[in-house]
Design a protein around this ligand. Sequence first.
Ligand code: IMP
Length: 431
Amino acid sequence: MPAVVIVGTQWGDEGKGKIVDLLAPQADLIVRFQGGHNAGHTVVVGQEQYVLHLVPSGILHPGKIGVIGNGIVIDPAALLDEIDGLTARGIDLQGRLFISHRAHLIMPYHKAIDKESEKLKGARKIGTTGRGIGPAYADKMARVGLRVADLLDPDLFRQKLTGSLAEMNYLLGRLYSVKGFDLDVVCREYLGYAERLNAYIADTGDVLNDAIAAGRRVLFEGAQGTLLDVDHGTYPFVTSSSATAGGAATGSGVGPTRIDRVMGVAKAYSTRVGEGPFPTELSEEQGGGDLRARGQEFGATTGRPRRCGWFDAVVVRYAVRINGLSGLAITKLDVLDECSDIKICTSYECRGNRLATIPAVAEHYDECRPVYETMPGWKQSTVGITRYDDLPPNAKRYLERLSDIVGCPLDIVSTGSKRDQTIVMRRAFDA
Ligand code: IMP
């Protein structure tokens, strides 16, 4: 079992960082394949908390190799900050971190366009993280992006940047009425980053395929979640990358036949940051505020309060299909410990029809009302439980019901933020 993909099954923030950190000891290489520093993976090791944005969370384990694949968009300043931060805390990345030469660069104008475009959209805004993710992927697809490999050829980099800046400065000035960027300043800044990043740049497709051929184990660390995927999510309220399992292949250069298992991570309830449909959302009075407080639901990247609601089995069942999930990791079970009743959304009611899946049009999805089934809570602490049999009977019933409705077996149940607060039912890398 040399290659396993981890993906989010909801709107991101499912706790993938912890699950990746847990599985990393069984892997040799850990790869990020999509997104950028819009992601925030929180990992608690002993008394220390780490929030990683671009560097794969598996790197916290000594001797493991981290790979930033070609599908990532990189803000070099943010990446260097993260590398420096980890080095200062005693985690040396030299020889352990590889950055794809084909990954695209987030440029200063991408960040400016992200912010200005959100302002211009007004009520139609997406609620992005403001990190320049969408505009960087737009340039990639429009075939005008600058890539990591370009940084290694200063003359060519300047030439390409000259063309890009002419267009982007025009756009910024004419459409958004903001000041553009100076060629010399941006060129100097980015070539400076190149010097520092040079040691990490590689053909990561080769690194990964060689490793798999040698029988080494690879863990693919997805960011965001299925409903934020640009193709399969609640478009246009999505991120701009392929956050589903298929993205692991295109975003890393490893073919689908080399991937053996896909584990989906789902929170025991639902959360969402940013705008867009969320049928099971609970208002503050309905208990959304309580869930947020108990689950400490604030964005790891932007600090924004997350919208909270009941578990939506329609969403996770959809994720089981789209990703071809072989198993589920359910996180934050303990957050529900104090609930008297717990609801599960099993279908939607929309314009007099019962729906078992997600409408393609966000405006139609907004009209969907959740159809719930209610289960009794367990009203006792599950914090830190490590054996499935030690869970309260109602907690087991809840988990088994979730697994049953979404049609996927349980691999892991997480009962707290620390590494050892976990029930492992099936090891990801077992054959
Ligand atoms: P962008 O990725 O910054 O363009 O933001 C697009 C949408 O995806 C917004 O609703 C963000 O809140 C959401 N988003 C992006 N990254 C994450 C994440 O890591 N967790 C949860 N939501 C995210």
